[in-house]
Design a protein around this ligand. Structure first.
Ligand code: TTP
Ligand code: MG
Length: 627
């Protein structure tokens, strides 16, 4: 039996390492709030394993990276004009707030314990029991199992330590893919242009549906959830808010089988964000969480804004301030095929050293990838092999082809067959499997093998008769909804991009099973025809909250700009001009106060600036750090 003293890592590393060992899904719904005991059991169970050693190494590297970052920040602190930095930051906050648009009703729907509840349909006797899906690593766990700390991405042996009576089920991707299609088809009734985000989650804009059916958002979402349950026997949870980020955070609030509505007013949204742990924000992973060490809650972003500004390249000041304000994109539309960058498949297994068995796994992966590429209509030119050693170190090897490839044998041979002489028989081909990428690496003991293809060619472009794709078919032309959407899309040009992630670096804590969740996506989308749309990070025009609210119409319908301080409509779409006007207004207010203007004039200026009092107040009274 290991004692706590044996298990505990060096104090400087202990907290971060224990948290790291707990895995990427430690913020999941349904887990007990006090994770410390669970983290201790996980650390004890992992101690001495190759996984533990690898995590320890990665944790140390990350700690060193953070130390360097902090040094960079400290040097910048000494050299920078901090007053200017604070001014710029404050200015950006005002600018961002002026762009807030709360006119749309955005919903994020996410199925509860999706793989687990799909399995329940086939094994009803498991109802109320603690069970997980996946034999080596869990893809998910029933809510009963989560009470013990069992969750996605956890090694099965650790899960068993936390919950000895845990039942483990095999994975059945085709079951989840079928159920996913059925759920998505129901959701599409509420917004045919919804954005399917993974096999069990989607974003919808229900503004129009609610208007047309004279429904409140709450009623509409309750009805949607009820119908999903009636027709599929699966429960989904939902978040209702004014943008995608908030809706996603809200869908987790009342899981399982619940919904949460965040009202669309600026003050309520800011209050909601202030105590929200940054880790709950989509786009902030656990590496980011550690790198942002002193920022526990979104409210801390404000107090730490100068530091963040000095590390803008790493953390993206704009993204962080948007997050603090609870502002994000409210554009909901399907991912376009043009956005697809890669397709992959991989397998995790108990460590294998046998060459034949490893090649067998590679063949399975290649077969799965070929099926996916055929079904979704892609060819590729670059194949990347990924493998994970027994000690959890990950390696990749890539190879580009001269021609487009779609077939399993090409994927496997990873040799440009155009250069291979025609007398190669099938048998010889088989000998070629993995020659260039995998075989030189052997002998290896590996626990994961995967293939990913990039540099894709869309085979459906020619199938959809070229130019028609870009202008839409007759159905799309006649649909009033589509027409309006196109109008809005046309206005998505201008100065602003709502960022949805930290730009500096990837949170590269890739989880093996995470891949499964995303790879099922291609088959999850409902089959309704979709028009290609602009990329999601298309720049958006500086829209105006006041006009959008008043008109009650779709977003970005008008393009005037209003000064957030004096409320004057400005004849400019140029941000620089807008900023200098706001500067002028803010300084005018100060001058008026200094000159002791009449009480009446002062009252007027004050009422105009009232909307900003929260901000001006918080400038003079910095928030204390919350934990
Ligand atoms: P999630 O929606 O993240 O999780 P969930 O539906 O199981 O549970 P919750 O009630 O908290 O939403 O993921 C959907 C499915 O995707 C999940 O059932 C299994 C799969 N998945 C993976 O394969 N790997 C992963 O790392 C995660 C998180 C999920
Ligand atoms: Mg889910």
């Amino acid at each position: 039996m290991t004692s706590d003293a044996d298990t505990a890592p060096a104090p400087s590393q202990s907290k971060s390492l224990w948290k790291r060992l707990a895995g990427p899904s430690s913020a999941k719904a349904g887990l007990t709030t006090d994770q410390s005991d669970i983290n201790r059991v996980i650390a004890e169970a992992s101690k001495g394993s190759k996984f533990y050693e690898n995590e320890k190494k990665k944790d140390k590297e990350l700690t060193e990276r953070i130390e360097k970052l902090l040094q960079t920040r400290d040097t910048a602190m000494k050299e920078a004009d901090l007053v200017q930095v604070e001014y710029t930051t404050s200015h950006l906050l005002i600018e961002l707030e002026s762009l807030r648009d709360v006119s749309q009703i955005i919903v994020h729907v996410d199925a509860d314990a999706f793989f687990a509840n799909c399995e329940l349909l086939y094994n009803p006797e498991l109802k109320g029991k603690a069970f997980g899906v996946g034999k080596g690593v869990l893809t998910t766990a029933s809510y009963e199992a989560r009470k013990f700390g069992v969750r996605s991405g956890m090694a099965a042996f650790i899960a068993k330590k936390l919950c000895p009576e845990l039942i483990l089920l095999s994975i059945h991707p085709e079951r989840y893919s079928n159920m996913s299609k059925r759920v998505m088809a129901i959701l599409a009734r509420y917004d045919p242009d919804m954005l399917v985000a993974s096999c069990d989650e989607a974003y919808l804009n229900i503004t129009e549906y609610c208007e047309q059916h004279d429904l409140t958002a709450d009623k509409c979402v309750s009805e949607m959830r009820r119908i999903v349950q009636e027709e599929t026997k699966l429960t989904v949870s939902a978040g209702i808010a004014s943008n995608r980020m908030l809706a996603k955070i809200c869908s987790d609030k009342n899981k399982p089988n619940g919904q949460f509505h965040l009202p669309p007013d600026s003050q309520t949204i800011r209050d909601f964000m202030v105590d929200l742990p940054v880790r709950k924000v989509p786009g902030i992973g656990r590496v980011h969480e550690r790198m942002l060490e002193s920022i526990g809650t979104c409210g801390d972003i404000f107090t730490q804004r100068v530091s963040i500004a000095l590390l803008d390249k790493e953390f993206g000041l704009r993204f962080m301030l948007q997050t603090y304000l609870g502002i994000a994109s409210n554009v909901v539309r399907p991912h376009s095929r043009e956005e697809r960058k890669s397709i992959g498949a991989e397998r995790t297994f108990h460590p294998l050293a046998d060459k034949g068995k490893i090649l067998q796994k590679l063949e399975e992966v290649a077969e799965e990838l070929e099926n996916d590429m055929t079904e979704t209509g892609w060819a590729d030119r670059t194949v990347t092999l990924k493998y994970k050693l027994e000690n959890y170190q990950v390696f990749t090897r890539a190879k580009s082809f001269e021609r487009w490839i779609t077939k399993k044998n090409d994927l496997l041979a990873v040799r440009d067959l155009s250069t291979v002489q025609c007398f190669f028989t099938d048998v010889v081909m088989h000998e070629q499997i993995g020659t260039e990428l995998l075989l030189p690496e052997l002998p290896l003991k590996i626990r994961l093998i995967g293939l990913r293809v990039t540099k894709l060619k869309d085979l459906k472009i020619s199938a959809d008769s070229g130019i028609k794709r870009y202008f839409g078919g007759p159905m799309e032309q006649t649909s009033p909804r589509k027409k309006r959407k196109t109008l809005s899309d046309d206005m998505l040009v201008g100065d602003h991009t709502w960022q949805d992630h930290i730009p500096g670096f990837d949170d590269d804590e890739e989880d093996d099973v995470q891949v499964l969740k995303n790879e099922l996506l291609s088959s999850a989308k409902p089959s309704s025809p979709r028009r290609s749309s602009a990329p999601e990070n298309a720049t958006i025009h500086a829209s105006i909250p006041i006009s959008a609210k008043a008109s009650g119409k779709k977003r970005f319908i008008e393009s005037q700009t209003f000064c957030p301080v004096c409320g004057t409509e400005l004849d400019t779409n140029d941000n620089r001009k807008l900023n200098s006007h706001v500067d002028f207004c803010l300084s005018r207010e100060a001058i008026q106060e200094a000159e002791g203007h009449s009480a009446e004039a002062e009252a007027k200026t004050r009422s105009q600036a009232q909307a900003w009092s929260w901000f001006l107040d918080s400038k003079t009274k910095p928030r204390s750090k919350r934990k």
